[in-house]
Ligand binder design. Structure first.
Ligand SMILES: Cc1cc2nc3c(=O)[nH]c(=O)nc-3n(C[C@H](O)[C@H](O)[C@H](O)COP(=O)(O)OP(=O)(O)OC[C@H]3O[C@@H](n4cnc5c(N)ncnc54)[C@H](O)[C@@H]3O)c2cc1C
Ligand code: SF4
Length: 477
């Protein structure tokens, strides 16, 4: 089999090389800053101020993009930053990882007219990184302290955005998370080459310094009961995300070398933090020197293939049962993966695995697209007799996530769920069926995006504040 050349050499993966590059970057810091400023102004000045800001309406936070682009183009960078952060709790994070090709940039009028989008995300990231550098970021200092406390379960973007908003309003906020670091999928899911972990840790530190209390290594339903949390707080926000990985059965599915995407990515991110990760060191969750097949076509699959390339895989293939046009992942990410040497095997579905003790291949079958279903998407059908084996030493299953069974695990009687197992919540206030309990982010939407989690977290925080303010007013009368 001819192996494609992967673009990342072992030298590029070496940490000493990275350190040397960082040092060089320090030397050239001033030049880089000037360059970044010029690039941001250049891009911002490409905005035609079209008057029909589809970019804004397609941003889930309705960021005032044309106005902060104009301010950037005029060199009024602090004002541009102030405006961009007025609607976004974590602009530097969205600027880095929003699938802009499906949101703001994909709807830029200049992009639509074939001249290439204004790089809105990059400008947003630049402004907030600059704000941190220049000390424009205000610490969280509430004008007055409030006695009411809110318990937030889950320190992902939904929980963190809500915590930020509530703490600024003076409320006492405690976040419980089963992990040892805050950030949710920002910390342990999304790879560091897309979102540097210092950027997430900087926000965690800002919240902690602002008085948000973090209770780490605390699984609700395991280390503390949901009832205890309810008793300890005036309101509770559930922001636990969705973590039950969809699985793949079939012959051979129990052999070693077949792993879940979330385990693989978490191990890689933990290694990046310098943690001790035995399953990585043993090779179980490490792609180095292996032929890797990733099964799935979403953004998680893209993160797996690109991580495998960086770990030094011999070859990386992505198996997806539909074609490129029908792929759920970001086209930009597909392009990035292809540039790095990943091979996409379209219209191919897994049927099982080969190998006795360890996986040696994925048994696959070729597909064709049949009639469209109710959503308008063409249904893939197997082509009889087209079975074959895709050789591999590591198979990564990236088939999506479902919610955990919270009502049963938490003994949360009265908490209504949808038929998909997500929590039923009011789409505006995020109130659940239990008074005083709110829910936000993926646990309500199903697997979604960071920017939506931020929006939900902010809206839930506003509704909680409104409820507590109303109760305080009644008590004072
Ligand atoms: C691999 C991967 C890559 C992604 N890439 C992108 C991307 O590039 N751009 C993008 O916009 N979106 C991306 N997403 C989606 C995005 O990460 C999620 O939509 C977003 O993080 C959801 O935020 P959340 O706060 O609802 O949940 P999460 O980020 O999942 O956070 C939930 C938190 O709750 C904690 N928790 C769960 N259960 C319990 C419990 N019982 N007790 C205590 N704590 C608990 C978890 O430890 C976690 O910290 C990606 C998702 C994955 C899996
Ligand atoms: S938050 Fe996301 S969608 Fe909105 S402007 Fe920023 S990058 Fe675009």
């Amino acid at each position: 089999m001819v192996q494609r050349m992967l673009k990342f050499t072992s030298l590029e993966r070496e940490m000493p090389e990275k350190r040397a590059a960082d040092e060089r970057a320090d030397d050239f810091g001033e030049i880089y800053r000037d360059y970044a400023r010029t690039k941001a102004a250049e891009q911002a000045s490409r905005c035609s101020q079209c008057g029909v800001p589809f970019c804004q309406s397609h941003c889930p936070l309705h960021n005032n993009i044309p106005d902060w682009l104009q301010l950037t183009a005029e060199g009024r960078l602090r004002e541009a930053y102030e405006l961009s952060q007025a609607t976004n709790t974590f602009p530097e994070i969205c600027g880095r990882i929003c699938p802009q090709d499906r949101l703001c940039e994909g709807n830029c009028v200049i992009e639509q007219s074939g001249h290439g989008t204004v790089t809105i995300g990059a400008v947003e990231k630049y402004l907030t990184d600059l704000a941190f550098e220049e000390g424009w970021i205000e610490p969280i200092r509430p004008l007055a302290e409030r006695s009411e406390s809110i318990g937030i379960i889950g320190a992902g973007p939904a929980g963190l955005a809500a915590a930020d908003r509530l703490r600024r309003g003076g409320f006492q906020v405690t976040i419980y998370d089963r992990h040892d670091r805050a950030g949710g999928l920002l910390t342990y899911g999304i790879p560091g080459f897309k979102l540097e972990k210092e950027v997430v840790m900087r926000r965690n530190a800002q919240l902690e310094e602002g008085g948000v209390k973090f209770v780490h290594d605390c699984g609700v339903g395991e280390d503390i009961s949901f009832a205890e949390i309810r008793e300890s707080h005036d309101a509770v926000l559930i922001a636990t995300g969705v973590y039950k990985s969809r699985d793949l059965g079939g012959p051979g599915s129990g052999v070693a070398g077949i792993v879940q995407a979330i385990d693989y990515l978490t191990a890689s991110n933990r290694k990046g933090f310098g943690d001790d990760v035995p399953a990585f060191d043993s090779g179980e969750l490490n792609a180095a020197g292996k032929r890797v097949v990733v099964i799935g076509g979403g953004d998680t699959a893209m993160d797996c293939v690109r991580t495998a390339v960086r770990q030094g895989a011999v070859s990386v293939k992505c198996l997806y049962r539909r074609d490129r046009t029908n792929m759920p992942g970001s086209m930009r990410e597909v392009g990035n993966a292809e540039d790095e040497g990943v091979e996409f095997v379209w219209l191919t579905a897994p049927k099982g695995f080969t190998g006795d003790a360890t996986v040696t291949g994925v048994r696959a079958v070729k597909m064709r697209l049949g009639l469209a279903d109710v959503t308008g998407r063409q249904t893939p059908e197997q082509i009889p007799g087209s079975d074959y084996t895709e050789r591999c030493d590591l198979a990564i299953k990236a088939l999506g996530f479902e919610p955990e069974e919270l009502v049963r695990l938490w003994d949360a009687e009265g908490l209504e769920l949808t038929r998909w197992g997500t929590i039923k919540a009011d789409f505006r206030t995020h109130a659940t069926s239990i008074p005083g309990i709110y829910a936000a982010g993926d646990i309500v939407r199903g697997a979604s995006l960071v920017v939506w989690a931020i929006r939900d977290g902010c809206e839930a925080a506003d509704a909680i504040a409104e409820r507590l303010n109303a109760a305080a007013k009644v008590a004072a009368e």
